[in-house]
Structure formats: structure tokens, C-alpha cells
Design a protein around this ligand. Sequence first.
Ligand code: PRP
Length: 177
Amino acid sequence: MDINSLKVLFTEEEIQNRIKELADEMNNFYRGEEVYSVCVLKGAVMFATDLVKSLNMPVKMEFIRLSSYNGGTTTSGKVNAVDISLPDLNGKNVLIIEDIVDTGLTAKFLLDFMNCNFHTKSTKFCSLLDKKTARVTDVEPDYYGFEVDDKFLIGYGLDYDGYYRNLKFIGYIEKQV
Ligand code: PRP
């Protein structure tokens, strides 16, 4: 991938402003509560760490690792639970944090996993990006930052073959056929 072909979709400022708006909503919803955040590695790492810094309730940060992409620009259609070890979340407020909901297979897998294993006080799903047109499941995030078109997105946690997660902005390349 030629980095120069990357077009900016959301600037660093747009991302950070939207994260603060999402955090404000959450600060209202969780007022007086404690929260377990569950960051889905690797893609959500940037979003999760920036989001929790703007939350004002006590937060315990958990990390799990799921994978569905093949390394390039195509999803395998199968969710691989690389590491899904979590503490006892019974009776807890759980906030799942993702970078993107695409087909929704990862989100569905995770929500089913939570339902099967825990009776939480609440389970909310937050994704920075929501690619609604790519959905093959009926899951919808409770919170999302931006709705996006069906483009291949890179940066701010989203990778191309493992690279470019460190970009402060989100860019896109046209889908490869
Ligand atoms: C990406 C993203 C989500 C998932 C969304 O993860 O971080 O977890 O795909 O796609 P879906 O809605 O079609 O399931 P990926 O498998 O690329 O792993 P990564 O987070 O380590 O990059």
C-alpha cells in the first residue's frame, strides 16, 4: 500500500472532539456507577485509551484479543478468540470498546460470549466507527462515533497488514478487487 494514496477521512481533531462527546454521554449514563471497560485488541487500543481518559467514573480496564481479518483488506468471516480471559463480570457495568463494527460478526460473537458467561448489571457496546452497510448480523452499537461508508479504513488503531495503527487520523484507500 502506498501511504501517499491514503485520503484523510477523519482528522485527529475530529476524532478527539467526537470522543469527548461520547464520553459526556457515558458520564451521564454511568453517573455514580463503576465500569469495567473491555477493549478489543488490537484495533480498539487507541480509541479505548483516549475514551477512558475522558470518563469520570471509576473504570477498570480489561483487554481481550479477537481477530477476524486475514491481514490484508478482507475479513475471514470467522472470529478467532486469541485471548478472551476476563475477570468475574457478574453484576458489573461492562462497556465493550471497539474501533469498528463492520459485518458485526465480532460484535455478535462478543455479545453472545458475555450473555453466556455473565449476568452483568449492564452491557453496552461502543464503537468509534460503524460501517452499517457492511452488516450481516443484527447487532447495533449502543454508542458510535461516526458512521462510515464501505471503504478500507486505516489509522488510529486500524491497520493495513499490521501497519499504520499509529496514525493519529483515519484515512481510507479504495477497496481492492
Ligand atoms: C477488526 C476490528 C473489529 C472487527 C470488526 O478486527 O477491530 O474487531 O475487525 O469486523 P466485523 O464487524 O466484520 O467482525 P481485526 O480482526 O482486523 O483484528 P485487529 O483488531 O487486531 O486489527
